[in-house]
Design a protein around this ligand. Structure first.
Ligand code: FAD
Length: 355
């Protein structure tokens, strides 16, 4: 049986960065990815999301990100990732959907159906795309219209002539309203009053620190974007003029033909579009019991050589990248490097103990 020094799960930005750095450090590893082809979550984003619409994609180590333009992000970024995997000879195996990771003494066993990989350490880079989150509201099952999540967004044409309730206070909701309002009737509802960023620059470091603090305490990570505030871009101005961003508080229940607020007011709806985010796709790690009593996976604070928090407090064999404070393309990149360094340190310490 071959024992890898590391297994990386997930070949999005974070997993590719981790694999690149592991390779540079000469660490024997394999990169398992559930998708048929390269691209991570970007492969699954909607066709109307162009490179002009993305908020900004960070470079991969040793490879500049594609520039802005009218081309589809779900084609441009996967092509870039595919070329990267190939030109750096990254050890990607796909499609492999890992369903569980077990601890076996000092080793970890990564399982996908009948197949398994045994390893000394694990870098988990599975993102969030495969775990869309839809909150529950009374009467939801009685709705006769269509309910879609961000992960299913088919582009604006699908909604023409339909009355759409868009739920959620994040960047995706803002983007959807920007596309939908010019072609159909929309109602925007959010749980909290949206926080608009009035032209000011984002203090990225402060935002990451806020999320990092939660994760060190073992709380479920909040999205980085939830701390940056919202901003309208030129492509959303028409929707703004048409009133798309007049937000209403959350409705109390869903009925067959629409949604009703606690004060009795009713809005008819043909579609409810849940732009309500995603959760970390970490179910396959459950056998390792990494979760804290607060529901999240606590990460150790960074150190002088590994500055980003990536190491699971309950099991230092496991690194989480693209999780919590590193859930952005720039964060994923940095976390990939930090994870490779943490893996090397763990392996060295274990070898020293064994010597
Ligand atoms: P992903 O890209 O999600 O990759 C995870 C990989 O893991 C996938 O290939 C998947 O197949 C694989 N995987 C999952 N589960 C398993 C499993 N069990 N076994 C094997 N493989 C598995 N960030 C930015 O910096 N700029 C932006 O403009 C931006 N726009 C965004 C727009 C939207 C709509 C969303 C939802 C997010 C956006 N983000 C953006 C956030 C950013 O996309 C992500 O933080 C980042 O791309 C995630 O990279 P990742 O490597 O962590 O995960």
């Amino acid at each position: 049986m071959h024992v890898y020094e590391a297994v990386v799960i997930g070949a999005g930005q974070a997993g590719l960065s981790a694999s690149y750095h592991l390779q540079r450090l000469g660490i024997d590893h394999v990169l398992l990815d559930a998708d048929e082809r390269a691209g991570g979550a970007w492969r699954h984003r909607w066709d109307s999301l162009t490179m002009d619409d993305v908020h900004g994609v960070a470079d991969l180590p040793d490879s500049a990100a594609p520039g802005r333009g009218p081309d589809r992000a779900n084609a441009v970024i996967p092509d870039w990732f595919a070329a990267y995997e190939q030109s750096h000879g990254l050890p990607v195996v796909r499609p492999v959907r890992v369903d569980r990771v077990d601890s076996d003494g000092e080793l970890l066993v990564v399982r996908a159906g009948e197949r398994s990989w045994t390893t000394r350490t694990l870098v988990n880079a599975t993102g969030t795309w495969s775990r869309p989150f839809v909150p529950r509201y009374p009467g939801q099952e009685t709705f006769r219209g269509e309910q879609l999540h961000t992960a299913d967004y088919p582009g604006p044409d699908h909604f023409r002539g339909k009355r759409v309730v868009v739920v959620g206070g994040g960047a995706s909701a803002v983007q959807f309203l920007g596309e939908l309002r010019p072609v159909t009737e929309t109602v925007w509802v959010t749980r909290r009053e949206p926080v608009w960023r009035n032209g000011g620059e984002i203090d990225g470091r402060a935002v990451v620190q806020l999320v990092e603090r939660r994760v060190r305490q073992g709380l479920p990570p909040a999205s980085v974007v939830s701390h940056t505030g919202l901003a309208l871009r030129p492509q959303e101005r028409l929707a703004e003029i048409l009133g798309a961003y007049r937000r209403r508080p959350m409705f109390a229940r869903i009925e067959a033909d629409g949604v009703r607020w606690a004060d009795g007011t009713f809005e008819p709806a043909d579609v409810i579009l849940w732009a309500t985010g995603f959760r970390p796709a970490v179910g396959h790690l459950a056998p390792l019991r990494l979760r804290s009593e607060y529901g999240g996976i606590a990460l150790l604070p960074g150190t002088t050589d590994v500055q980003t928090s990536v190491t699971a407090a309950r099991d230092p064999r496991v690194q989480l990248v693209g999780y919590g404070p590193s859930a952005s393309t720039i964060g994923g990149n940095r976390a990939g490097r930090a994870a490779a360094l943490a893996v090397r340190r763990f392996l060295e310490e274990q070898d020293e103990r064994a010597a």
